[in-house]
Design a protein around this ligand. Structure first.
Ligand SMILES: NC(=O)c1ccc[n+]([C@@H]2O[C@H](COP(=O)([O-])OP(=O)(O)OC[C@H]3O[C@@H](n4cnc5c(N)ncnc54)[C@H](OP(=O)(O)O)[C@@H]3O)[C@@H](O)[C@H]2O)c1
Length: 337
């Protein structure tokens, strides 16, 4: 493939210290559908095309293959390490004393890097479920959120920054009550918050909270994750690309509804990280943010499509005694114990 997007055309976003990162990244979770080989080949093609932000995680089980791709790209001179912004995340079974650092070292070795740019606590619970498990599976050892447990993991993230093994640290799948509980305790504040964000699930309160606290929102499932695992599907789920305002904008601009979701995300101010292993898709996803923005009226019409439709409910992380998946998200404004 010879096509390449000119870097100067890709809008940038600022982390709290002013460091610039691209307004869009590439997701690498194969959703139990695409294997490590397919995902890493997409990372290769996407970086060659112009992606510079790659969203990884140990639980995606493909960091070693992505690491090989990074090495190949560095050897080929297609990109330098400094030009890439690589994230990774510690999985829920590695929150204990010493384990976050151990897990980060494993991700570093797999990715073939000496430093990760942004390292997330993937979920604020130490609750493990096996990759690929079904939606009814529960772990009897699961526990509700605890400030103490979370801070054990966070202190190690802070340590990773001090050790120079990561540049920035972030939180993922948080809520306003949990942030209120832990932010005052942080010695190093999160630079970014990774959260589910798409037209039918805009999380306006959490989004605003992040912005006010100078934390960059990174939006996962920006297209409504049409290939998500079975465990994350319910009959009530809304398909973002079929929302009337999304479809109307797609017709008006002569583009796929997926690209409307991405333009909306970037213009709203979050950093979407769409996933695709298909060259035509990942190329058009990045290209669309460099041209033909949505109008204010289209942005407003999409804002009004919010349906509070959470797709990644996380029910596999529930603990004994929890009422339902809503307990993971503090829907009553308090953290259930
Ligand atoms: N922090 C967290 O807890 C968390 C949770 C979930 C996800 N994430 C991250 O967020 C990333 C993105 O989320 P996601 O993969 O679940 O959902 P997504 O990006 O909303 O959806 C990806 C799917 O959309 C389709 N697609 C992509 N580009 C398209 C286009 N131009 N036209 C039409 N369809 C298109 C593809 O479907 P087909 O496969 O059918 O082609 C692709 O598999 C993940 O890969 C991961 O890195 C993080």
């Amino acid at each position: 493939m010879g096509t390449q997007l000119e870097q100067a055309r890709i809008p940038m976003r600022a982390l709290p210290d002013g460091t610039k990162i691209p307004c869009m990244g590439l997701g690498t979770f194969g959703s139990d559908k695409y294997g490590a080989q397919a995902v890493s080949e997409a990372v290769y093609g996407a970086i060659r095309y112009g992606y510079r932000l790659i969203d990884c995680a140990s639980v995606y089980q493909n960091e070693a293959q992505i690491g090989q791709v990074f090495r190949r790209l560095f050897e080929e001179g297609a990109v330098t390490r400094e030009e890439l912004f690589v994230t990774s995340k510690v999985w829920n079974d590695k929150h204990g004393e010493g384990q976050v650092i151990e897990s980060c070292r494993k991700s570093l070795a797999d990715l073939g890097l000496s430093q990760i740019d942004l390292y997330f606590v993937h979920w604020p619970f130490p609750n493990y479920h096996a990759p690929g498990c079904d939606g009814n599976s529960r772990n009897p050892d699961s526990k509700p959120f605890s400030v103490e447990g979370f801070m054990t993991a966070w202190r190690q993230c802070e340590q990773l920054v001090k050790m120079g093994l990561v540049r920035y640290i972030g939180m993922s799948n948080m809520t306003v009550p949990k942030l209120e509980a832990v932010l005052p305790l942080c010695e190093i504040k999160p630079a970014a918050l990774e959260m589910e964000l798409h037209p039918s699930f805009q999380q306006q309160a959490l989004f605003d909270y992040a912005v006010v606290h100078d934390i960059l929102p990174i939006g996962y499932c920006p297209l409504g994750s049409p290939s998500r695992p079975e465990r994350d599907r319910t009959a009530e789920d809304v398909a973002d690309m079929e929302l009337p305002a999304v479809q109307a904008a797609a017709r008006a601009h002569g583009i796929h509804p997926a690209l409307v979701c991405l333009k909306w995300a970037v213009q709203r101010g979050q950093v979407p990280i769409p996933f695709s292993v298909k060259e035509a898709q990942y190329m058009s996803n990045l290209a669309c943010v460099t041209q033909d923005p949505l109008t204010d009226a289209e942005m407003e019409a999409i804002r009004l499509e919010d349906k509070n439709c959470r797709l990644v409910k996380g029910q596999v992380f529930l603990w004994k005694g929890a009422k339902g998946w809503e307990d993971l998200w503090d829907v009553d404004g308090v953290i259930p114990q």
